[in-house]
Design a protein around this ligand. Structure first.
Ligand SMILES: Nc1ncnc2c1ncn2[C@@H]1O[C@H](COP(=O)(O)OP(=O)(O)OP(=O)(O)O)[C@@H](O)[C@H]1O
Ligand SMILES: [Mg+2]
Length: 258
């Protein structure tokens, strides 16, 4: 069951450098939210605060709250590893475990979660690969290395790996930027299917992609060099692309800067 994300007053630092400041937003379950904005405005940083990956960077820390169905992910006693299981992530460059087989790539997270029975693993691996629209292409090579797949297949393998553990939320940081147009469309179609089960947040520099895949769009911007990134507005995607409330949003999506 997907859950609602509720962020309030979130500020994130790298050591003394404040990268993003005072971000608040809600994200409804089973929606796709796109994060757009110029390079360096903190989209990736903010995304990583949503599953406690930000603090993995030395000096990385946050202030503020991130609630997942009312529970603060930064609350005392919360295990960041458990958070990352609930809030999965897909990165810009497909990063399958290179020496592991296709099967083991998808099974890796399940094994960490204690699933041992071969038949259970097989069932979930098949279901996840089908869910990632990759099954037909790999069903005869499950024992071959994940690194032997094409870039687009590798990215869908990473999506299969992420959804195998049934997260509540799926975070995707420019998941198509290393893919050709056909693989990109395959991943976009997949996002449309996955949102029936998951809450999805996607960072993209591709305005058409944001318009195609997302229900809501958040525009981030920098007030100046060295200043922290801020959320400028978040609204229905249709509205952001037709009639945004803020001039800077309009300038950005129409390509006047950024
Ligand atoms: N590991 C890091 N250590 C120190 N500063 C960092 C680190 N990663 C990012 N930053 C800084 O945080 C700010 C936001 O960076 P971030 O990568 O989140 O931007 P972005 O919006 O994702 O940019 P892009 O569109 O280029 O991916 C930038 O000023 C950047 O230099
Ligand atoms: Mg980024």
């Amino acid at each position: 069951m997907s859950k609602r994300i509720d962020v309030s007053g979130l500020t994130a630092y790298y050591g003394a450098h404040k990268a993003i400041e005072d971000i608040s937003m809600t994200i409804e379950p089973r929606t796709v939210t796109a994060f757009i904005g110029p390079s360096g405005c903190g989209k990736s940083t903010f995304l990583r605060t949503l599953n406690r990956m930000h603090e993995v960077t030395p000096g990385g820390r946050v202030e503020g709250k991130v609630l997942l169905d009312g529970e603060d992910l930064y609350g005392p006693g919360v295990d960041p590893v458990a958070v990352r299981r609930q809030v999965g992530m897909v990165f810009q460059r497909p990063n399958p475990f290179p020496t592991m087989s296709v099967f083991d790539n998808v099974a890796a997270g399940l094994r960490l979660n204690g699933v041992r029975k071969k038949s259970d693993l097989s069932d979930i691996v098949e279901k996840s690969l089908k869910g990632a629209n990759l099954w037909n292409e790999v069903k005869d090579r499950l024992d071959k290395p994940g690194a032997g797949l094409s870039g687009g297949q590798q990215q869908r393998l990473c999506i299969a790996r992420a959804i195998a553990v049934e997260p509540e939320v799926l975070l995707m940081d420019e998941p198509c930027s290393a893919l050709d147009p056909i693989s990109t469309l395959a991943v976009e179609d997949l996002i449309g299917e996955l949102k029936e089960r998951f809450t999805i947040v996607i960072v993209t520099h591709n305005m058409q992609q944001a318009a195609r895949v997302s229900d809501r769009t958040a525009f981030f911007n920098l007030a100046g060099v060295g200043r922290p990134g801020r959320l400028i507005e978040i609204d229905d995607t249709e509205r952001i692309f037709s009639n945004p409330s803020v001039q800077a949003t309009e300038d950005y999506i129409s390509g006047r800067f950024g």
